[in-house]
Design a protein around this ligand. Sequence first.
Ligand code: COI
Length: 357
Amino acid sequence: MEIQFTPTATPKEKPKDESKLGFGKIFTDYMFVMDYSADKGWHDARIIPYGPLALNPASSVLHYGTEIFEGLKAYRTSDGEIRLFRPWENIRRMNNSAERLCLPEVDEEFVLSAFDRLVTLEKDWVPHEEGTSLYLRPFMYGNDPHLGVHAVHDATFVIICSPVGAYYAEGINPVKIIIEDKDVRAVRGGTGYAKCGGNYAASLRAGKKAEEKGYTQVLWLDGVERKYIEEVGSMNVMFKIDGTIVTPALLGSVLPGITRKSCIELLKSWGYKVEERQLSVDELVAAIKDGKLEEAWGTGTAAVVSPIGTLCYENVEYTVNGSKIGEITQRLYDELTGIQWGRQPDPFSWCHTVCRA
Ligand code: COI
């Protein structure tokens, strides 16, 4: 499929101070859009000036939440390359999410070529400062203009780009997390493993309550027994307990994070024992009380690797590693960002070169 291009008449000014980018507040000049209908398949691929999308008020996304998304980053390396980190993993996961939400799947090669075209066009928007990148947000929504509750027949796929810095105001400093024992994010058999807007909508109330109490995010427990640890707000979570790395297994309600997968691969290559298994909150609290919880951190594209310095459960606050970033957390952060920003070799061939800067 050809990608049509419409140039903008009003290019925007790029951010002057890259230390103040924050996350997802500024958008570039262009976006990629393509449409799907049951009879035509995917069609009308185009790169057009960034701007509002037209929606029929009956569109299924507005009524039934038929939406999925991804998040990945383009990095500017010191030797003048623009690269993406494991983009094929995002596209594959998007197709898994599409299958769960009855949205149409995309052609993986074509979407990769759309990333390449858009990022090449927007390469001057990839920021330069340490810790910054161009965040790509591909998303898809159901567009069927009628109110029957059915699998989607019409859809739109869009990619927007945003120059970003750290996701958390804390940057790489430890965050404070509260364990949520009332609201749940997802249940097995539901949509937890899919990256769909509805999962995030369901998380907002607990997130708001946590923020009001002074916590950065919520740590979710399973939806059946409120017993097993699942993930943290917008990140997967890992613990170092008595020398072993423990992370919740992917049993259907946890998002299969690409940073999670990369960290597991790195940790194993460094000789650590990594257990993907159910971890109960009681086991975690017992490990804290016994002095066996050595480190805790979250992993995610937006947040990268984020140390957890405080955990609150049933109104008791526990400090992890003296509220300081731990040795493995720091090593994972350095190694991953080193590979992404081209400061060190890419032994697993995770990076996809888009263009010269
Ligand atoms: C990401 O890490 O890319 C995410 O999708 C998290 C996001 C909801 C901020």
